[in-house]
Design a protein around this ligand. Structure first.
Ligand code: FAD
Length: 486
């Protein structure tokens, strides 16, 4: 066993001055996420430039028993990248695009590549990398895969799990697993890559991946439909999906209150309709065929839905700029909500068919608990994923409202479980939901998770304290990350 100081000195030699930050000001931005739910401590931020350097860093940490918290763009929402002592291993310098194969429709990229840069590279090669979300200008491929990111195109293309064909991973002992296969068919045993996707850095450090590309869309139409309630939105979704099939690439729901928040707080957002409506569906259709009659399809279905009273009003964007304006409403909801005081959040999913019933029951539940609470439930309805966010009552005390976070979470989570849903649909478990999933998952499922953690990280050094309690729970002083809800 090496002592920590010698291991840190050796790590510094491996990564050189460009890969080493240990002054307080330099470390500060890495110690908490944007929501500032948790704050951690670490001895240094280590930024290796290659897989070989990463492997050597991990080996040195293993020899000294130093915990490692991997970090990509640090845009996560559940405290997954907040350190628990030891080092932060930041992947930003591992940012080479290794290969694009437009015939195999694959791209091999390193973990530190920024998502928007990968989308641009695919586009330049005449292809589409469909993973897309509001954080794409700063989140990184490794973080996307480690959190099994979803986003706005899951309906058509699936989430990170479905988009990944191969991985390169540094294991807890410093060995490198090169599983960078660009195969769509491979039945040679366990699908090991799926263990690391969504594991939030608790089983290995992802250093590179082979991801799927698709033909680039040549036709695109965007529309906003106003409806009386979530059931009408869901009925519209079913009608569209039946006719549009795979050309329906996004279907998002927003309540009126979310639109009000964005109009109030986001520069340049305006109401696309003259009248107010209870709820809205943002629809996007794309096709790889130029001149595909998507607009006609939308006009026909929305026209029929208007005649049937399912939809109260609708607009189909007449230009790319108008389409961007419609998307801006949806994508700026989280930012707008910040200006409305404290918010208690739930990133949940339920079967699509049960969304209206869930929303009604959940709203009744929280309104009975906190009179005047403002339910702002929006999201990727086509995937059953709702951000069931609650803004504090107007003029309420922010701290008193946020003090209800856990008890409200518990009750909403219980309801989600009753509906056969998931309490971590998109953003993962991290530190925030670790104990919540432990309370809700069947024992046999938790046992399997702990067995996998123990097998791949027997000393509990990889992102300790996240997702599932592992061997590190036995070590004194490990759970140092201080919770400081802002
Ligand atoms: C404005 C905004 C919008 C968002 N929208 C969405 C959305 O629509 N859908 C969605 O799914 N998420 C969304 N997110 C959440 C977040 O952006 C995504 O989860 C993103 O994929 C995280 O990437 P990152 O590089 O920032 O990862 P980080 O936040 O740095 O890390 C996330 C987790 O992965 C681990 N990790 C990071 N890199 C590696 C690696 N190389 N190997 C192993 N583990 C690693 C970390 O330890 C941590 O547990 C949004 C966030 C913001 C701020």
């Amino acid at each position: 066993m090496t002592d920590a100081a010698s291991a840190l000195a050796a790590i510094r030699d491996v990564v050189g001055p460009k890969g080493w930050i240990d002054d307080a000001d330099g470390i500060e931005p890495y110690l908490q996420e944007s929501r500032k739910l948790y704050r951690g401590t670490c001895a240094a931020v280590v930024r290796p430039a290659t897989t070989a350097e990463t492997a050597e860093v991990v080996r040195l940490c293993a020899s000294a028993g130093l915990p490692i918290t991997p970090q990509g763009g640090n845009t996560g929402h559940v405290g997954g990248g907040v350190p628990n002592g030891g080092i932060i291993l930041a992947t930003g310098r591992m940012n080479r695009l290794r290969e694009i194969d437009p015939v195999n429709l694959t791209m091999t990229a390193e973990a530190g590549c920024v998502l928007a840069d990968l989308q641009a590279a695919a586009d330049e090669a005449g292809c589409l990398f469909p993973l897309s979300m509001a954080s794409e200008g700063s989140c990184q491929l490794g973080g996307n895969l480690a959190s099994n990111a979803g986003g706005i195109a899951v309906l058509r293309y699936g989430n990170a799990r479905e988009l990944t064909l191969g991985l390169e991973v540094v294991l807890a002992d410093g060995r490198v697993w090169n599983g960078l296969r660009g195969l769509r068919k491979d039945n040679t045993g366990y699908d090991l890559k799926q263990l690391f996707i969504g594991a939030e850095g608790t089983l290995g450090i992802i250093t590179a991946a082979v991801v799927k590309l698709f033909p680039r869309p040549k036709s695109r139409e965007t529309a906003l439909a106003a409806a009386r309630d979530p059931q009408a939105v869901l009925d519209l979704f079913s009608r569209l999906r039946d006719v549009a099939g795979d050309t329906l690439t996004a279907f998002e729901m927003m309540p009126r209150i979310a639109v009000d928040f964005t109009i109030r707080h986001i520069d340049g957002v305006r109401d696309p309709f003259q009248k107010r409506h209870p709820t809205y569906a943002l629809i996007e259709m794309t096709s790889p065929r130029p001149g595909d009659p998507l607009r006609e399809t939308l006009e026909e279905i929305l026209g029929q839905a208007l005649d049937d009273g399912l939809v109260e009003d609708a607009v189909i964007a007449s230009s790319g700029a108008q389409a961007a304006e419609l998307w801006r409403i949806r994508e700026s909801i989280p930012e707008a909500q910040k200006h409305e005081g404290g918010s208690i959040k739930h990133d949940i999913s339920v079967p699509v068919s049960r969304i209206p019933e869930f929303l009604a029951r959940a709203a009744r539940l929280v309104e009975a608990e906190i009179p005047g609470v403002r339910v702002c439930a929006f999201g990727h309805v086509g995937d059953g994923n709702i951000h069931f966010n609650l803004s504090q009552p107007v003029d309420a005390d922010r701290d008193a409202f946020l003090a209800r976070w856990h008890s409200i979470n518990e009750q909403v989570n219980q309801l989600v479980t009753e509906f056969g849903g998931s309490i971590a649909a998109e953003h993962g478990v991290g530190r925030l939901k670790r104990d919540q999933i432990a309370a809700l998952k069947p024992t046999v499922e938790l046992d399997m998770m702990r067995l996998i953690k123990g097998a791949l990280d027997p000393d509990g050094l990889l992102n300790p304290g996240k997702v599932v309690r592992g061997p590190e729970a036995e070590r004194p002083g490990m759970m140092a990350a201080r919770k400081s809800r802002a």
